[in-house]
Design a protein around this ligand. Structure first.
Ligand code: ZN
Length: 230
């Protein structure tokens, strides 16, 4: 697999497809690491690069827009405005040599900023798109879905004995309170959902689906009106 950080400049493919994982540094309950979203985005991005000729994997952007998690120690957030500027300038610079740029996003809270940043870059004539590592019917945060994924991708980082259910009400119900008071106002342990039942086997299956959908989307390369590959 071609890694940008380890490449000498003459090795960078002409008109490369640069794939950049976009994650977060934010609390993921008492049992998952702060870099959970970055790990998932990185793993999906690496799988896409490994399967795509002419693709190169860029270093991950390990901070995002995580203001809703700020009341928990360890969370470090750029916020949406700064993240948007970083994404736009990263794209302007990378597209001096890359033929295409794909952001693979691991944190839902970065989504609207990615839409705006990719819109600017595409308006300027650059071939840029993004793809969300979204699992259909997943629980929202540090629940069964993310715990299973991490048990598959990085089992040493998971403290299963500390896993506990958080607020299990659906996100649509929680959103108003979440916007007002942040995650801590609705979940004392930071979990939205329930990690019980999570397993490495389930994580392997979920990751396999993510990887297949991402690869399919990149092969077709048809950004929608939000700049997202579907
Ligand atoms: Zn997450």
């Amino acid at each position: 697999m071609s890694m940008l950080a380890a490449s000498r400049w003459p090795e960078v493919p002409v008109d490369a497809l640069l794939v950049v994982p976009v994650g977060s540094t934010e609390q993921h309950g008492p049992h998952l690491p702060l870099d959970t979203d970055t790990r998932v985005a990185h793993a999906v991005a690496a799988a896409v690069v490994a399967a795509s000729p002419g693709a190169v994997l860029g270093p991950a952007l390990a901070y995002g827009a995580s203001g809703e998690h700020q009341d928990f120690p360890g969370t470090v957030s750029f916020g949406a405005d700064a993240l948007g500027m970083v994404l736009v300038e990263l794209g302007r610079s990378a597209c001096r040599w890359a033929g295409r740029l794909l952001f693979v996003n691991g944190h839902g809270g970065n989504g609207s900023t990615l839409v705006q940043a990719v819109h600017v870059l595409r308006y300027e004539g650059r071939e840029v798109a993004w793809w969300p590592c979204a699992v259909p019917e997943a629980d929202a945060h540090a629940g069964r879905t993310e715990t299973s994924l991490l048990l598959h991708l990085a089992p040493d980082t998971v403290r299963e004995e500390l896993a506990a259910a958080g607020n299990r009400r659906p996100m649509t119900e929680l959103m108003p309170a979440l916007r007002r008071g942040g995650v801590r106002s609705v979940s004392a342990n930071g979990v939205l959902g329930d990690p019980s039942g999570a397993s490495a086997v389930e994580g392997q299956a979920l990751f396999g689906q993510l990887r297949a959908r991402a690869q399919d989307a990149v092969t077709r390369w048809q950004p929608d009106s939000r700049g997202m590959l579907g």
